[in-house]
Design a binder for this molecule. Structure first.
Ligand code: SF4
Ligand code: SF4
Ligand code: FES
Length: 287
């Protein structure tokens, strides 16, 4: 972002009473972050194209009847934006309540923090004769690499984006069904090993709720032994090919339990291939 006021490449706007200049093409979220206001996001990620489906990031824009999604709305000259009005807080709270009432957010610490922040009460939608339909099916474990738990899926589309033209270009998954039956699915809902999936795991890397989770983490959690506070993270370079992807090895009790890549790494932008993501078992003598 530039603070140069004379360039044709910058726009001037006001966020919560503060005037600032941002590069043309910046989003309201970019501008909001420059003034230091923390904004909840769910379907947005720095390495994905905004899809505008969660509406958690909405802000009030002077002259606009609806609230606008800050993650995708571009900054324009003269905009006057408020990020913390009663209407904004109410809208975000409602989104969180609706999500929390229908989805298991127990492994989504960021969302839980915002639930607390906005005083959201997902339980308002159950009890007193009200009930919310949940995804009632076992966790899908179809291989030794990763599992799918649709009761944790908030339908943020991030995995679809990462599998599609934002990263992998494999297009193995999409949203199937409508309404309460909507879910992330392979083609014709075939098992993962029979699908077009190439097991890059980039969907896992962007999933905000652990609906997609490596088997190692799933099994340690099931055993009550997933201890992030006891894990170290070591950054190294993948040795399988010459691309030079940075790997973050998450290690617990001397064993690798998960591999990620830094989202700000200019080679990977957080994405890996199957070898970098899952090809570490040999370190412990596995195949
Ligand atoms: S599986 Fe995860 S990344 Fe994909 S839509 Fe559901 S919550 Fe989002
Ligand atoms: S993660 Fe895949 S593309 Fe990247 S260096 Fe390793 S083998 Fe090569
Ligand atoms: S984060 Fe902006 S619409 Fe989802």
């Amino acid at each position: 972002m530039s603070s140069h006021p004379d360039s044709a490449d910058v726009v001037e706007l006001t966020i919560d009473g503060q005037s600032l200049h941002v590069q043309r093409g910046a989003t309201l979220l970019d501008a909001i972050r420059i003034v230091g206001v923390e904004t909840p996001t769910l379907c947005w990620a720095p390495n994905l194209t905004p899809v505008n489906v969660c509406r958690l990031c909405v802000v009030e824009l002077e002259g606009s009847r609806p609230l606008v999604p800050s993650c995708s709305r571009l900054a324009e000259d003269g905009m006057v934006v408020q990020t913390d009005t009663a209407r904004v807080r109410h809208s975000r709270k409602m989104v969180l309540e609706l999500l929390g009432s229908g989805v298991d957010l127990s492994q989504a610490p960021d969302l839980q923090r915002w639930v607390q922040h906005y005083g959201a009460e997902p339980q308002r939608y159950s009890g007193n004769g009200l009930s919310v339909r949940r995804m009632d099916e076992p966790v899908r474990v179809q291989d030794r690499l990763y599992a799918r738990d649709y009761d944790k899926c908030v339908l943020c589309y991030k995995c679809v984006e990462a599998c599609g033209d934002d990263a992998q270009h494999t297009f193995a998954i999409a949203v199937a069904g409508r309404g309460f039956d909507a879910r992330i699915s392979t083609e014709y809902d075939v098992a993962l090993p029979d699908s077009a999936c190439v097991y890059c795991g980039n969907c896992i890397g962007v999933c905000p709720t652990n609906a997609l989770v490596p088997i190692t983490e799933l099994e340690l959690r099931a055993a009550g032994d997933w201890r992030p506070d006891d894990q170290s993270v070591t950054t190294t370079v993948c040795s399988y090919c010459g691309v030079g992807c940075n790997l973050e090895l998450h290690v617990q009790d001397g064993r690798i339990v998960k591999v990620t890549s830094p989202v700000d790494h200019d080679v990977t932008e957080g994405h890996l291939c199957v070898k970098g993501r899952f090809g570490w078992q040999y370190v412990h003598g596995g195949s």
